[in-house]
Design a protein around this ligand. Structure first.
Ligand code: PLP
Length: 386
């Protein structure tokens, strides 16, 4: 290691995402204790903005048996980074490199007989059997085999197992309304899943894992846990069903912060930012925060979200711009360079990603997944998850 690298102070980050990997480990363990079954930590979309490889590694350290991703690119990136545990991908299109995915030991998900034929060709190319999971559409009408085609998909899957194309390792489905625990779709989907499992058993399939629950269902619906839960959002310490979730002591892992670029006085009647959608009604002070929608700060947070700056909650005034936003400092004039926390765990008075979601008319999933852009990402390990 070069001495200069050790001696020189870290440059100040204009704007950065700080991820506490101890929080991820804590959440993964806490959720497994709560559910009592094995977990698949879902790290699609760059680990919901927290970092694909780093979060997967932390989740494995905390005992997550499986990792789940949407795309084969994501799965391959994990393999390239050295992850060699059970890994499921569930979103592919015709013409994907199935042979390469099979060689990499990635569990593939099929929805249709046509997809099974492509995967069989991939297994021939790879010279080894695939690991294959089947998704059944129990009522979300998104991915998965429709119930009307399920018997055919299962029969073809069983035939491929007998001919050595693959082993069927899992059967699964996905809830549409698990964040609304009283929604009747939940019972209906679970009943449909039971029927789909019975069809598969009757056809001779005996998968290692049956799984249905995402974060909200894993926490709120014990009957949906089966052998494995697929937990994304809650692993990052965020609440998948605000208003319904019991306090499990989960810790938000992401802090989004920036460095104050300037502070200054403005006079009563001054309009702030594009379109002058906010006008000061008294003399006041404002601060320039060097992040905007080009960094994934929602423009919908204009005139609504808050930050923690110079120790206090401060309101965003006027429109969020591409690179910058303005907050009111209520007469204070903190020095440029002061710390501005957009959101974090909420333990030091800062807003949370959930607060930002409510201020922006969205869900915390979208806040953490979209924040980033030109911000740097830094990992810390508070180490207090033991
Ligand atoms: C994203 C996703 C999950 C994780 O959902 P959370 O609500 O974040 O826990 C689980 N399963 C599938 C199929 C998904 O697409």
């Amino acid at each position: 290691m070069g001495e200069s690298a050790v001696m020189s102070p870290l440059p100040v980050a204009r704007a950065e995402i700080v991820v506490d990997l101890a929080a991820v480990r804590h959440n993964v363990r806490r959720l497994r204790e709560h559910t009592g079954v094995a977990s698949m930590t879902v790290v699609k979309a760059d680990g919901y903005g927290h970092g694909l490889v780093e979060v997967a590694r932390a989740a494995r350290e905390a005992g997550s048996a499986w990792i789940g991703v949407a795309t084969l690119d994501e799965a391959r990136a994990l393999r390239a980074a050295g992850d060699d545990g059970p890994l499921l991908a569930w979103l592919t299109v015709p013409g994907e490199d199935y042979a390469g995915a099979i060689e990499a030991g990635i569990d593939l998900t099929a929805y249709s007989v046509a997809e099974l034929e492509e995967i069989a060709a991939g297994a021939r190319g790879a010279g080894r059997p695939a690991r294959l999971q089947l998704e059944v559409d129990t009522g979300m009408s998104r991915g998965g085999a429709p119930m009307s085609a399920w018997a055919d998909v299962v029969a073809a899957a069983r035939a491929g197992e007998e001919s050595g194309s693959w082993r069927v390792t899992g059967i699964w489905s996905h809830f549409a309304c698990s964040d609304e625990p009283d929604h009747p779709a939940n019972d209906a989907q679970e009943a449909a899943f039971e029927a789909a499992l019975a069809t598969a058993t009757a056809a001779g399939l005996h998968p290692e894992v049956r799984h249905l629950a995402n974060s909200a269902a894993a926490i709120l619906r014990p009957s949906s846990r089966y052998d494995l839960t697929r937990i994304g959002l809650a692993s990052y310490g965020l609440d998948p069903a605000p208003g319904h979730t019991p306090d499990l002591g989960l810790v938000p892992a992401m802090t989004a912060r920036a460095t104050l670029a300037m502070s200054k006085q403005i006079t009563a009647g001054a309009g702030v930012s594009y379109g002058h959608t906010w006008v000061a009604d008294t003399d006041t002070t404002v601060g320039l925060v060097p992040v905007g929608y080009g960094d994934g700060v929602p423009r919908a947070a204009s005139n609504s979200a808050e930050v923690l700056a110079a120790g206090e909650r401060r309101a965003i005034r006027g429109r969020v711009c591409m690179d910058q936003l303005v907050v009111e400092l209520d007469g204070d004039l903190p020095e440029p360079g002061a710390d501005v926390v957009l959101f974090g765990p909420g333990t030091r008075g800062e807003p949370t990603a959930q607060d930002w979601a409510e201020a922006s008319g969205t869900i915390s999933y979208e806040i953490v997944t979209r924040i980033g852009g030109r911000m740097t990402r830094r990992y810390v390990d508070s180490g207090d998850d033991a």
